[in-house]
Write a protein that binds this ligand. Structure first.
Ligand code: FUB
Length: 320
């Protein structure tokens, strides 16, 4: 598949997290809709209220919409805005991790459970203790599960220092190290952090932390982790410079050294992805706002084959 495929042209879906469950590809996107909220830097226009789950038997097969898997109205602690989610499988159960503002307009991470990959998912009564910000990504290694998360600007990561809400809640200055995405190991119950969230250090080619002013390389949102040839690839969005890029390391906690761009800017402000191996080939799942005529809050999910060179570098894909 050398040209991109739009996966579900009949509705707007974004932030696709793809996994292989039961030998099929399952996709967990955000569900965009026209809520009429004006666009701003806080992301209020991303006012999503439910999730659908999709599956495909193969990369060229029909995409099946399994319908609503979780709704804001069923989440006891909900305020507004269901943003990116991800799903992990353990011992016969599926755990959906999702981003949602609570009733104080603070983003927290929630968990919902199902015995089927397509849901429906039943949410826990409360958000995950000690969770904050957005964009959870679940990663499993040898029976241990890790959750990556974080996003600046509307994702509120700048509200926190040392995992505590710390006024004045501002971003670092231009020459200071950028804010780091977070990682926390999960307890065996998959519902709680087993440790305090830790920083994922993103380094430049000299071993220095990426700086806040380095906007074409510093972390903004959309963490994803995959493993290729014994290396861990941490990929993410640079947000306001609209790139998907990646850094590599030798364990899930990093540090990760910046390597390059996976996807150049797409139509639409945000860029967000997942990376999946299926039947020996690798795929990038992502979104753009081309079908909606560039409305940043109405995005459409796509996939394309992703390739590595002989040294394991990801070959850059043109977003447009
Ligand atoms: O879809 C809402 C938000 O937009 C996501 O959580 C971010 O990563 C960005 O794609």
């Amino acid at each position: 598949m050398k040209t991109p495929r739009y996966l579900f042209p009949s509705d707007y879906m974004a932030d696709p997290s793809a996994h292989v469950f039961e030998d099929k590809i399952f996709i967990y996107p955000s569900h965009d809709w026209e809520s009429g909220i004006a666009e701003n830097d806080n992301g209020d226009h991303f006012n999503m209220r439910d999730y659908h789950v999709f599956s495909m038997e193969d990369t060229e097969a029909e995409v099946v919409d399994h319908g609503v898997a979780l709704s804001v109205k069923d989440i006891a602690w909900a305020g507004r805005q269901l943003w990116d989610s991800d799903v992990a499988y353990r011992n016969g159960m599926y755990y959906m991790y999702f981003s949602l503002k609570d009733q104080n307009d603070i983003f927290r991470l929630g968990v919902a459970i199902s015995d089927k990959p397509e849901g429906p998912f039943v949410p826990q009564e409360n958000p995950m203790k000690g969770s904050y910000s957005i964009d959870p990504c679940a990663f499993e290694e040898n029976g241990e599960y890790f959750l990556y998360f974080g996003g600046i600007w509307g994702g509120q990561l700048q509200f926190y220092r040392d995992n505590k809400l710390t006024p004045p809640c501002e971003l670092p200055r231009f020459h200071e190290p950028a804010l780091c995405p977070k990682i926390a190991k999960l307890k065996d119950n998959m519902l709680e952090f087993a440790e305090e969230p830790q920083d994922i250090l993103l380094l430049d080619e000299h071993g220095n932390l990426l700086r806040q002013g380095d906007t074409e390389r510093r972390f903004f949102e959309a963490s994803w982790v995959h493993k290729y040839n014994d290396q861990y690839y941490f990929s993410y969005s640079t947000g306001d410079t609209h790139l998907l890029c990646y850094a590599t390391g030798d364990n899930p906690y990093g540090p990760f050294t910046y390597q390059g761009v996976i996807l150049t800017p797409v139509v639409g402000w945000t860029t967000h992805h997942s990376i999946l191996e299926f039947k020996g080939k690798w795929y990038l799942f992502y979104h753009d706002a081309l079908p909606s005529g560039g409305k940043t809050w109405l995005r459409s999910m796509k996939m394309i084959e992703l390739e590595y060179d002989e040294k394991g570098a990801i070959k850059t894909i043109e977003g447009q």
